[in-house]
Design a protein around this ligand. Structure first.
Ligand code: ATP
Ligand code: MG
Length: 285
């Protein structure tokens, strides 16, 4: 039987989250013995464990059908692959940083400067558009030490909290672009493979929706129901169930996480009581 081959990072910041995502999608993978590839137990999927730098190439060539990696690597590698879904983890930004005692004015500061990076293509494009001439020093890793050892005047690298920069006596002066983990796919998937990808995507989306939503339940006097209904967004409309106590009801609804506290505040003002909030594991529309 045909299988969908997915490439994920072997070891690194995205490995655990990638396996977790598969698990949330009901796809059970064990890689206790750290093999290069392994088969999922209950979904026609084969998992390849690779360095993230290599994933775009493997997916372009069809060695893997799909892959999970940071957008930063997708942009840098410029391979012929489709970015099909943002995954909501591995969030970071690509930033320019310089030694902390330097006085920074604006982007022109970088004119004629040497910048060390593992993302030369992204950087070259960026300064090309701005019309600023810089000298790019390409490094495979440990970019943050490049200014300290005199290789460069500044760096262009991944930042999430900024603590690595501070530890190396640097300051972030420009955040250029934001990145997160994405699912990429080969451009020529057909037939069974495309169907398997659609099934996998359906599960990913149900999980992502669930993450962004809360299930809430509350009690209220019947007289408050119209007001409560006007506050609750819900999937369709809230469910309203009579309580044993005459004149009272239990109201159930789904609220988006980003509206959550505003909704709770509004509900308290209209006599909602005993509000329960629950995580939603999956949400299928
Ligand atoms: P590999 O050995 O697979 O090449 P790597 O050293 O290139 O690994 P990691 O440091 O594990 O990569 O990071 C993988 C991805 O995680 C990055 O490309 C980026 O998309 C994302 N990421 C999120 N936050 C950070 C961070 N603070 N530092 C580095 N990468 C981060
Ligand atoms: Mg890498």
């Amino acid at each position: 039987m045909e299988k969908l081959k997915i490439a994920i990072q072997k070891t690194g910041r995205l490995s655990e989250k990638s396996l977790q995502l598969l698990d949330e999608c009901g796809i059970k993978v064990s890689n206790g013995d750290r093999k290069l590839k392994t088969e999922a137990r209950n979904f026609p999927m084969e998992v390849l464990f690779l360095r993230d730098d290599d994933i775009p190439q493997y997916v372009e060539k069809g060695v893997a059908d799909i892959g999970i990696l940071g957008e930063n690597e997708v942009w840098e590698k410029e391979k012929e692959v489709d970015e099909i879904e943002k995954l909501g983890f591995g969030n970071c930004r690509l930033s320019l940083a310089i030694p902390k005692d330097e006085v920074y004015t604006n982007l022109d500061y970088f004119h004629g400067k040497r910048i060390a990076t593992s993302y030369p293509k992204i950087l070259k494009k960026y300064f090309g558009v701005k019309g600023i001439d810089v000298k790019i020093e390409e490094l495979g890793g440990s970019v943050e030490i490049a200014t300290g050892i005199g290789l460069a005047d500044g760096i262009f690298d991944i930042v999430s909290t900024g603590s690595t920069l501070i530890m190396n006596g640097l300051k972030e002066v420009e955040a250029i672009i934001k990145s997160e983990a994405v699912l990429i796919a080969n451009r020529n998937l057909k037939g069974v493979k495309q169907q398997l990808l659609d099934r996998f995507l359906f599960r990913i989306r149900a999980f992502k929706r669930g993450l962004g939503s809360k299930y809430i339940v509350m009690n209220a006097p019947n007289s408050s129901i119209p007001k409560i209904c006007s506050i609750l967004p819900g999937m369709k409309s809230p469910s309203i169930l009579p309580l044993a106590e005459e004149g009272w009801s239990s109201i159930h609804s789904v609220v988006q996480e980003d509206q959550f506290w505003d909704v709770i505040d509004a509900l308290k003002d209209v006599d909602a009581q005993g509000i329960l909030v629950m995580n939603i594991e999956k949400m299928i529309l």
